[in-house]
Design a protein around this ligand. Structure first.
Ligand code: PGA
Length: 249
């Protein structure tokens, strides 16, 4: 298994100045020896981040929060995988619940995005997670298995998963440690059978990760990374997350 992943998802936050300050403050503080850190600022700041990372050969990977499908080309405002590569991106988030819900991204769109990411050789972090209603109706596992199904046929070496219960994102609540671990194990078994491989596919957890709960979640058997939204914006707390994890391994 590769290094533990920590993924900073800035969502629609930040500015050019904040990107610059965050990178230098975070890297000054964080010990990333056993971690892969993937920084996902808004797309408009990827170029700025890439310039800084490239100039000093910094140990930071760039990820995009979104991409548009090549099939939609040349739609106004669209940004495809090749453009993201050109901006220095190695990773892309696909299937985040905020995009599924607020941008109405269903299976058809997600499949086109996944295919485009593969064509551009981008590493995919495919997000899955159940809503409150699905959880309350005992449909969490069925929901996640059905969200995973569209990965069939993609090259497994480009895919990792992020399990993010929708009811946890930005709400300050998380599932119990046991239920996070249990769901990750279910996801791992499912992707193994989808890809028909014994290779390990990383599964990260996301949803209200903070410096107070990150270490205990990271120590779970089946958790290979953390996808952090709100708590990634502040370089001090994000580096504390990184250093606490490194200190435990
Ligand atoms: P949060 O967001 O850490 O603020 O809950 C996580 C995410 O949406 O990726």
């Amino acid at each position: 298994m590769k290094n533990f992943k920590i993924i900073a998802n800035w969502k629609m936050n930040g500015s050019k100045e904040e990107v610059k300050d965050w990178i230098s403050n975070f890297l000054d503080r964080a010990d990333l020896k056993q971690l892969d850190c993937i920084f996902c600022p808004p797309i408009c700041y990827l170029d700025k981040a890439n310039d800084i990372i490239f100039a000093d050969n910094l140990k930071l990977n760039l990820g995009s929060q979104n991409l548009d499908s090549d099939e939609d080309h040349p739609s106004t405002g669209a940004i495809n995988g090749a453009m993201l590569k050109d901006l220095g991106c190695e990773y892309v988030l696909i299937g985040h619940s905020e995009r599924r819900i607020h941008f109405d991204e269903g299976e058809d769109i997600l499949l086109k995005k996944l295919t485009s990411a593969v064509e551009s050789n981008l590493k995919i972090i495919y997000c899955v997670g159940e809503t409150t209603e699905q959880r309350d109706q005992d449909q969490a596992v069925a929901t996640i298995k059905s969200q995973l199904r569209i990965l069939k046929g993609l090259p497994f070496n480009l895919v990792s998963i992020a399990y993010e219960p929708v009811w946890s994102i930005g709400r300050g609540v998380t599932p119990s440690l046991d239920s996070i671990d249990e769901m990750h194990q279910i996801i791992k078994d499912e992707v193994k059978s989808i890809f028909n491989t014994d290779e390990k596919i990383a599964v990260s957890y996301g949803g209200s990760v903070t410096k107070d709960n990150a270490t205990s979640i990271s120590l779970l058997n089946w958790v290979d990374g953390l996808l952090v939204g709100g708590a990634s914006l502040n370089p001090e707390s994000f580096s504390e997350i990184a250093n606490n994890i490194t200190g435990q391994n």
